[in-house]
Design a protein around this ligand. Structure first.
Ligand SMILES: Cc1cc2nc3c(=O)[nH]c(=O)nc-3n(C[C@H](O)[C@H](O)[C@H](O)COP(=O)(O)OP(=O)(O)OC[C@H]3O[C@@H](n4cnc5c(N)ncnc54)[C@H](O)[C@@H]3O)c2cc1C
Ligand code: FES
Ligand code: FES
Length: 493
């Protein structure tokens, strides 16, 4: 068992233990290492000014992605290589082509957001993404600038001669790092220290297991432990001091949880699969979900956050839930058995939530996989997210509608609405009403009225209860019109 975290920053090796493991990456870079090029503005993943590249071992290579360093804590970054804006200059101390392009296009005024934009563009070059206006806009969704204006920044991106720019990770001795990481990854990490506050002493600890068995055993013995996957929900709460966990387990090294496969039309997603990976996968297999993922958070968040975290966080406006409800997904919950083997059970998502932020997961359990069957040819699936802004915004209202059609009639209907109650709601009365009915506008108008009666949303900062009720009614009409725009449904209608 190691008692330190191993992290490389711009090619330099650091061993971190005790209280220092409990820092956010941005604090570590700025306060401990003096790398103040990484800026912090919001400290909650919303502005991208703290963007850095993180390289982790995947399939025996270091794979780099852009993430928000303000909401990644060091205990999540064992065996990772961090590249900051200071790491961009080459041996001749020349600035990087992305930095030069920003200067030439006048893409910076006060400059506070600029390192974040530069790093987000560098991340796109690193993953060899073709830079077009659309891809740049999409890749920079998570970066906010309050004074320059985005056109110049997009121009800077478009001016890059992509093929001629070597990947920045190649500047570092990645083979040595890879060998170091590969050796150390086999061992779990456990660090603890004593925190003294007002005369009281408490033990603070974090654990980074190397295997699922170790993770489940630790959970069995420490049922109050706070689990961290991507940390995009947890770290925001820690930064805002809403929670101060004193025992943490990070799941980053459990590569067995990164399974993403389809077999006999059943999709299985491991608890370690990020939204980025799921989005890429869904483009081919499930375009409706891919569309929702395209407006989920930002690139930096999706590179860290997981579907399992979205489910376990149990928010009634989590974007994955209406889909998982109507597709009737199942969640695998695992626990350690007395003989140290892994015990498993599957729970239907429709039975998983028991109230606001309450789930059927037992204290000793972890989510390990999620599975669902793909829609069939006669199924019509549509997913909706309504928010004040299209990108990088929390939902006001979400909906999933899945109908099975046969001979112009609705054989089966599943409706799930989010943001209209303490948990995502299925609408049994409306579903029953739709069953056996033809696909005609009058039916969907009537269904909309019924849907409205089945919910009792509250008013909050995002919208009034009236607005949410109106959305619930209107979404059925929207669904009808969208379906009837396709040739098949025009004939049915
Ligand atoms: C800027 C920003 C934008 C966002 N935008 C969206 C959005 O558009 N839509 C949306 O739905 N959400 C959004 N979120 C919320 C968040 O990104 C998602 O909920 C995400 O899927 C959480 O995943 P995670 O891996 O980061 O979870 P974490 O923060 O690691 O964990 C979340 C919760 O799940 C628990 N947990 C995690 N993994 C497991 C497991 N395997 N077993 C048991 N418990 C587990 C944790 O203990 C914690 O309680 C946003 C967050 C931020 C900061
Ligand atoms: S400081 Fe705003 S995303 Fe990190
Ligand atoms: S240049 Fe000032 S915030 Fe972007």
């Amino acid at each position: 068992m190691r008692d330190y975290l191993l992290i490389y920053v711009n090619g330099r090796r650091y061993q971190i233990s005790g209280v220092r493991g409990f820092q956010s990456l941005s604090d570590f870079l700025r306060c401990d290492l003096g790398l103040v090029g990484t800026k912090v503005v919001c400290a909650e993943g919303d502005c991208g000014s703290c963007t850095v590249l993180i390289g982790r071992v995947r399939n025996s290579e270091l794979h780099y992605e852009g993430i928000d360093s303000c909401i990644q804590y060091l205990f999540q970054l064992d065996c990772a290589h961090v590249i900051t804006v200071e790491g961009l200059k080459d041996e001749g101390q020349k600035i990087h082509p992305v930095q030069k392009a920003m200067v030439d296009a006048v893409g910076s005024q006060c400059g506070y957001c600029t390192p974040g934009f530069v790093m987000a563009l560098v991340a796109m070059l690193e993953t060899k993404e073709t830079l077009t206006r659309h891809s740049i806009q999409e890749g920079l969704t998570g970066n906010l600038c309050r004074c320059t204006g985005y056109e110049q920044i997009i121009d800077a991106g478009l001016s890059l001669k992509q093929q001629a720019i070597p990947r920045v990770s190649k500047r570092f001795a990645t083979e040595e790092m890879l060998a170091d990481f590969t050796e150390q990854l086999a061992e779990p990490v456990f660090c603890e220290y004593e925190e003294k506050w007002n005369g009281a002493v408490q033990q603070v600890q974090f654990f980074v297991p190397a295997t699922l068995e170790e993770a489940l055993e630790f959970k069995q013995k420490n049922q109050h432990v706070t689990i961290v996957a991507g940390g995009t929900d947890i770290s925001v709460q820690m930064n805002k001091e809403r929670i101060e966990p004193n025992c943490i387990m990070s799941l980053t090294h459990l590569t067995g949880l990164e399974i993403l496969e389809i077999e006999n039309k059943t999709v299985t997603v491991g608890a370690g699969v990020t939204w980025t990976k799921l989005g890429e996968y869904c483009q081919q297999h499930l375009p409706q979900l891919a569309e929702i993922i395209s407006i989920f958070a930002s690139r930096q968040i999706k590179n860290a956050a997981t579907l399992a975290g979205n489910i376990a966080n149990a928010s009634p406006i989590a974007d994955s839930l209406p889909f998982l409800y109507v597709i009737d997904a199942e969640i695998e919950l695992s626990r350690s058995q007395p003989d140290a083997s892994v015990g498993k059970r599957w729970v239907r998502i429709n039975q998983f939530y028991q109230g606001y932020k309450k789930t059927k997961m037992k204290p000793e359990e972890l989510i390990t996989r999620i599975r669902w069957n793909l829609p069939e040819v006669e199924d019509v699936l549509k997913l909706y997210k309504v928010s004040k802004r299209k990108d990088l915004d929390i939902s006001t209202f979400t909906a999933g509608i899945l109908l099975k059609l046969k001979n112009g009639k609705i054989q089966k209907a599943r409706l799930a609405f989010g943001g209209v109650g303490p948990v995502v709601l299925r609408l049994p009365n409306t579903e029953r009403f739709l069953q056996g009915k033809p696909m005609v506008l009058a039916i969907f108008k009537e269904a909309g009225k019924l849907a409205r009666e089945e919910i009792s949303p509250i008013s909050d900062v995002r919208s009034s209860s009236d607005y949410r009720s109106q959305l619930a009614e209107n979404i059925l009409m929207k669904f009808f019109h969208e379906c009837c725009d396709t040739q098949d449904n025009k004939e049915v209608a």
